[in-house]
Write a protein that binds this ligand. Structure first.
Ligand SMILES: *Cc1c(COP(=O)(O)O)cnc(C)c1O
Ligand SMILES: [Zn+2]
Length: 384
């Protein structure tokens, strides 16, 4: 049976307007960009009744495209790196150390460029090529840029990336290796974002940013499909991930909701979003507190986001599953990073270890002694 996608419509997360599905869709026609932090981001809706009969469709070797019924595109016209299909590692020693019943690590360092963002890039590049674009761009603290650069190199597309001034040399080296055009911002990620938007938008290039592109979250949600499938179509009590813009954890939430919609699973996991104490705007919004997110000098570079672009999407998912968002210190992240390496043999990027640090905090009072949790190790360690 040949795979087909069952995307039907696009609904605005801001105003609720629904439009028919289009492969070249961008922002909501009513809301538009507005303030980038509050843009009319579209959300893909599928024919879930039909999808229930053909999900998943295809062998594990197809990676994320074995879930094509619930993707906006069934196959790519251009060659892609093989995103997804990452291991789910049981971590019993680590579970005992932090006081949780059972713990699994979803090791996203096994993706082609070493990061969960490859799942989004795969779908984004496939959709961009299908819509006839030859140049893609993004602003990124490094991982999204490296991912986009790698996929564009393989697909034969041009790639422009905007990175913060403080980006690690290792990351620049990877970007140069993939032949990306690097625009080094004079400021932080939020500044780089504005610069990318000014130039990329003006030139009509295609954006790999979850603030505009409605298809990236669809790639990222496959991490939830894999977790449930690897647990025998069961869901854990908790799923933890670091939160910057909010797209990653929101995507996992959407994936788990869709599995329940299809009747594949019976429940939703509680989502746990973790930010760094030095930069916690999503935690503030979750608590209904006004004001900025912090000073931003955390070592967790990949989540140093002052104006989160998918907070609305994430808070909706958190709300729907009884989840929570909390902040941890850089010292706690460093301890978690060491634990991941010593007790489970997983070399995580510093930012990624925030998820375990947050889970450990939640487990402190013994409340999780009987629970099963999955920590999404969003990227492997490669400096910075
Ligand atoms: C991008 C990123 C995150 C956070 O994802 P958001 O969608 O920005 O919330 C977490 N960890 C790593 C390693 C990342 O690169
Ligand atoms: Zn709208």
């Amino acid at each position: 049976m040949s795979a087909e996608h069952l995307a039907m419509g696009l609904d605005c997360l801001r105003c609720g307007r629904g439009i028919p599905f289009r492969a070249d869709a961008y922002l909501c026609p009513s809301c538009g960009l507005g303030d980038a932090e509050d843009a009319g981001i579209l959300d893909v809706r599928y024919d879930y009744r039909r999808a229930a009969g053909c999900f998943p469709d295809g062998p594990a070797a197809d990676g994320i495209f074995r879930y094509s019924a619930l993707l906006p595109i069934a196959a790519s016209e251009v060659p892609l790196l093989p995103a997804g299909g990452t291991p789910l590692l049981a971590a019993p020693t680590l579970a005992a150390r932090i006081g949780i019943g059972a713990l699994y690590l979803k090791d996203e360092s096994a993706n082609p460029t070493g990061c969960l963002k490859d799942r989004a890039t795969a779908v984004g590049v496939a959709m961009a090529a299908a819509a006839g674009h030859d140049t893609l761009y993004c602003a990124s603290a490094g991982n999204a840029a490296i991912s986009l650069a790698g996929f564009c190199a393989r697909a034969g597309l041009a790639c422009h990336v905007w990175v913060p001034s403080g980006v690690a040399e290792e990351r620049l080296e990877r970007l140069r290796g993939f032949g990306a055009v690097i625009h080094r911002s004079s400021g932080d990620y939020d500044r780089a974002f504005d610069e990318a938007e000014a130039e990329g938008g003006r030139r009509g290039w295609h954006s790999r940013s979850c603030a505009f592109n409605p298809f990236l979250v669809e790639g990222k949600k496959t991490v939830a499909f894999e977790i449930a499938e690897q647990l025998g179509w069961a869901v854990p009590d908790l799923v933890a991930a670091p939160v910057g813009d909010g797209c990653t954890l929101a995507a996992a939430g959407k994936g788990f909701r869709e599995l329940r919609e299809l009747g594949r699973t019976g429940a939703l996991p509680r989502l746990l979003g973790v930010q760094a104490e030095a930069m916690q705007p999503v935690v503030r919004r979750f608590r209904g507190e006004p004001g900025g997110g912090g000073s931003g000098d955390s070592r967790a570079a990949s989540i140093n986001v002052r104006r989160p672009r998918n907070a609305r999407r994430l808070l909706r998912e958190i709300d729907g599953c009884g989840g929570t968002v909390l902040a941890v210190s850089d010292d706690a992240i460093e301890r978690a990073r060491r634990l991941l390496a010593d007790e489970a043999g997983v070399a995580a990027e510093f930012t990624s270890a925030a998820a375990l640090a947050g889970l450990a905090r939640l487990a402190e009072d013994g409340a999780l002694a009987e629970k099963t949790a999955v920590v999404i190790v969003t990227a492997g360690d490669r400096g910075g």
